[in-house]
Design a protein around this ligand. Structure first.
Ligand SMILES: Cc1cc2nc3c(=O)[nH]c(=O)nc-3n(C[C@H](O)[C@H](O)[C@H](O)COP(=O)(O)OP(=O)(O)OC[C@H]3O[C@@H](n4cnc5c(N)ncnc54)[C@H](O)[C@@H]3O)c2cc1C
Length: 351
């Protein structure tokens, strides 16, 4: 039997950031993940959008999350000698005169906070983007190249810790007062942490935590005919997919929780895209789907289970995994290794 401080189950954004943070704290770590190609993290566009929804809401803790994320990914880049975080202009087109009016009446304070500015419909920055009601520009919005980050991190974890390819069967996991045992993997640890994304809702330990996963689909488009280094929002979003073209997405589907792309969503994304960029007819290179691990209250859940003190969870990152995973991972790693209390704003698991 091997013995480590922490077993991390799942190596999506949650498990990867947690494992790297634990390694940084000099903890011994074992990470196990089946290396499936179609996971939420694998297909994510990696946008760290500060403002969401038609009401243009800025999350109250955005600046704290973003500072933590930027520092985390920049430190990672030094270790990996590769860039994974890109800073983009984000152009957001209003969808109606009402949306613009409401923004001007209620949300103008966002612009100085985020160093942004209003864009009239004639602004040359729009290029081929149709923005009949204008919009606004936010500079330096983060975009993580998630797939590359996960691959580079997997190599780093394999060098600095233990990385297994496989699937943990939670019914086999044994707990005692002082340790957790994974008999099939022949490993014991002080803690095991579930970072299994949406599939954790099916694990009896976590089924009561209020999961509401949402399937999303994303297209990769050929950029031969139109290139942009900006992220464009307007009914849909279009973003650079480093080395692959452009990504376009997405949708939210709560019933069919699978990884099968559908013709209806493809058509709907392409139709919204053609309204945003009317004279662009790119080739679809790839069409993928995965299930976001979201919660009913849209708040992540992080911490040790009161009913099982050797078992913790980091989940419910929803649409914001790239932005949230570093800050939440630092919090959980501090709790597990140094018994530091979690920030009181974090939602912890209940029994
Ligand atoms: C179309 C789409 C676009 C998105 N775009 C963005 C975006 O632009 N910006 C952003 O921040 N977020 C985006 N997201 C959301 C983002 O993907 C999630 O917030 C994030 O990936 C969740 O990471 P996770 O590690 O919690 O879960 P996952 O990515 O689902 O990872 C869980 C991992 O655990 C593994 N696993 C599960 N069970 C076990 C087990 N029993 N044993 C071992 N391993 C296990 C899985 O195989 C998987 O590798 C997008 C999501 C989708 C679907």
């Amino acid at each position: 039997m091997r013995n480590v401080d922490v077993i991390v189950v799942g190596q999506g954004l949650a498990g990867t950031c947690l494992a790297l943070e634990l390694i940084r704290l000099s903890a011994s770590v074992l990470v196990i993940d089946p290396a499936e190609p179609m996971t939420s993290s694998r297909i994510a566009a990696g946008l760290m959008t500060p403002v969401t929804g038609k009401r243009h809401v800025l999350a109250p803790d955005y600046f704290e999350w973003y500072a933590a994320a930027q520092q985390f990914y920049r430190e990672f880049e030094k270790l990996a000698s590769r860039q994974v975080l890109f800073l983009r202009d984000s152009l957001r087109a209003f969808q109606s005169p009402q949306e613009r009016l409401e923004f001007e009446q209620n949300r103008m304070d966002l612009l100085p906070q985020l160093q942004g500015r209003l864009l009239e419909e004639t602004d040359p920055l729009w290029g081929r983007v149709s923005a009949p009601y204008g919009g606004y520009l936010l500079p330096n919005v983060g975009q993580l190249d998630v797939a590359q980050f996960l691959d580079l991190a997997a190599d780093l974890i394999a060098r600095k810790a233990i990385r297994l390819v496989g699937q943990v069967d939670w019914s086999e996991v044994q707990f005692s007062e002082r340790e957790v045992i994974l008999p099939l993997e022949e490993v014991t640890a002080r803690y095991v942490v579930a970072c299994g994304g949406a599939s954790d809702r099916l694990v009896p330990w976590f089924s009561h935590l209020g999961f509401l996963p949402a399937k999303g689909e994303i297209l990769t488009l050929d950029n031969a005919d139109w290139e942009t280094e900006s992220v464009i929002h307007g009914g849909i979003w279009i973003a650079p997919a480093p080395g692959r073209g452009l990504s376009v997405g997405s949708n939210y589907e709560w019933q069919q929780l699978d990884t099968i792309p559908t013709e209806a969503v493809r058509e709907s994304i392409l139709e919204r895209m053609s309204r945003l960029i009317p004279d662009w007819n790119p080739q679809v290179l790839e069409h993928r789907a995965a299930v976001r691990p979201a919660m009913k209250d849209q708040r992540p859940v992080v911490g040790i289970l009161p009913a099982q003190p050797r078992l913790a969870i980091l989940n419910g990152l929803g649409s914001r995994g790239s932005l949230l995973a570093p800050w939440l991972s630092a919090q959980l790693a501090g709790l597990l290794i140094h018994a530091e209390p979690l920030d009181p704003r974090i939602k912890t698991p209940v029994s």
